[in-house]
Design a protein. Structure first.
Length: 334
C-alpha cells in the first residue's frame, strides 16, 4: 500500500489582507475632502447637548469624535502621500476648494485665488454651499477666541479687538456669497443636481454668525470702544438668527421638490454631514442667543432643534455604515 501522505498545515490566505489593502487604498484615494463635516456635525451637536445639561449624550458624541477626527487626519495624510494629484485636483476645484479650509489665513486667500484665476464660466455657474465654509471657519475662530481671551491677561483685550474684526469679516463674506446664491437660485435655471445637502450651509453660516455674535455679547472685553459696539452687535446677531430661520422652510421645500415631486431617491453621500452640521449649529446658536438676549422662549427652539439634529445625525451615521459595508462587499466579491 502506498505510504499515507501527512496532511500539510494550511497557510493563512493572503487574500483577505490584500482585499483590505485594496479597499483602504481606494477609499483613501476617493476620500471626500469635506468629510471633516462629520466631525463638525458631531462636535456641535455634542456641544449643544452639553449646554442643555445632557452630559451622557454629549460625552458619547465626543467619544465618537475622539475616534473619527484622528482617523480622518491619518486618511488625509495618507492621501497627501499616496494620492497627491487627487488631493490637488480637489484644491483647485471651485466646487470643493472651500471645504479644505483648516488653516484659515493661508487657505482662505488660496481659495479666493482659485475662484479668481482658475475658475471658469461653467464653474462659476454653480450653487455650492461648500463655499460658505469660509464663513464657518472665520466665525469659529471668533467662538474659540472668545473662550480663551479672558485667560490671556492684558493680551486678551487685543485678542477681543481681533475677534470683533473677524466677526465683521465673516459677515462681509456672507454678504458676498449670499448675493451670488440668491442670483443663482432665483434668476438662473435650477436643476435637481443643484440641490445638494451642502445648500444647508447657507443656513448654517448664518447660524454660526449668530453664535459668534452672541458669544461676543456675553464676553466682558474690558474695552470701552468694543462696549460701544454692543448695540450694533445685538441687532445684527438677531437679524442673522432670523435670516437663518427664514432659510429652513425654503431648504425643506427644495428637498420636497427633488425627492417628493421629482421622486429622485435619497441616497447616502458624505455631503449629508454638511446638512447635519447646520441643524446642530442652529440649535446651539438659538441657545446662546437666548442667553445673550435674556429671552427664554428661544431655549425651547434650541431644545427642539437639537433632537432633530441628533435624529439626522443618527440617520446619516446609519447611511455611512451601510455605504461602507456595501463598498467592502464590492471588493470581496471581485
Amino acid at each position: 500500500m502506498p505510504a499515507t501522505r501527512r496532511a500539510q498545515p494550511r497557510r493563512p490566505s493572503a487574500r483577505p489582507a490584500a482585499a483590505a489593502a485594496t479597499w483602504f487604498g481606494r477609499e483613501i484615494e476617493r476620500l471626500y475632502p469635506g468629510y471633516f463635516a462629520l466631525v463638525m456635525a458631531t462636535g456641535i451637536i455634542s456641544n449643544a447637548f452639553f449646554f442643555e445639561g445632557r452630559r451622557g449624550i454629549a460625552d458619547a458624541l465626543f467619544a465618537v469624535n475622539a475616534l473619527a477626527y484622528p482617523l480622518l487626519c491619518m486618511a488625509t495624510l495618507a492621501r497627501i502621500v499616496r494620492f497627491g494629484r487627487a488631493l490637488w485636483a480637489d484644491l483647485i476645484d471651485p466646487r470643493l476648494v472651500f471645504a479644505a479650509l483648516t488653516l484659515w489665513f493661508v487657505l482662505i486667500y488660496f481659495a479666493f485665488g482659485v475662484l479668481t484665476f482658475l475658475n471658469t464660466a461653467h464653474g462659476a455657474n454653480v450653487v455650492h454651499g461648500g463655499w460658505l465654509i469660509a464663513i464657518v471657519g472665520t466665525e469659529s475662530l471668533v467662538i474659540l477666541g472668545s473662550a480663551i481671551a479672558p485667560a490671556l491677561g492684558a493680551t486678551g483685550t487685543a485678542v477681543f479687538v481681533l475677534l470683533h474684526m473677524l466677526w465683521g469679516i465673516g459677515l462681509g463674506l456672507y454678504a458676498i456669497f449670499i448675493a451670488l446664491f440668491a442670483h443663482r437660485i432665483f434668476f438662473v435655471e435650477f436643476e435637481p443636481d443643484d440641490i445638494t445637502p451642502l445648500l444647508w450651509v447657507v443656513m448654517g453660516a448664518a447660524a454660526i454668525s449668530t453664535n459668534a455674535g452672541s458669544t461676543l455679547i456675553l464676553s466682558q472685553t474690558g474695552l470701552p470702544f468694543l462696549q460701544s459696539m454692543r448695540p450694533f452687535i445685538d441687532g445684527v446677531t438677531l437679524i442673522m438668527w432670523a435670516w437663518a430661520t427664514w432659510w429652513i422652510p425654503l431648504l425643506i421645500l427644495f428637498g420636497v421638490w427633488k425627492h417628493g415631486v421629482l421622486r429622485l431617491p435619497i441616497t447616502y453621500t458624505p455631503m449629508l454631514w454638511s446638512l447635519v452640521f447646520p441643524l446642530g449649529m442652529y440649535a446651539l446658536a438659538s441657545l446662546r442667543l437666548s442667553l445673550a438676549s435674556d429671552f427664554p422662549p428661544l431655549r425651547a427652539v434650541s431644545l427642539a432643534m437639537v433632537w432633530i439634529a441628533l435624529a439626522a445625525w443618527a440617520a446619516t451615521a446609519l447611511g455611512l455604515a451601510g455605504a461602507t459595508w456595501r463598498s467592502w462587499r464590492g471588493i470581496k466579491t471581485t
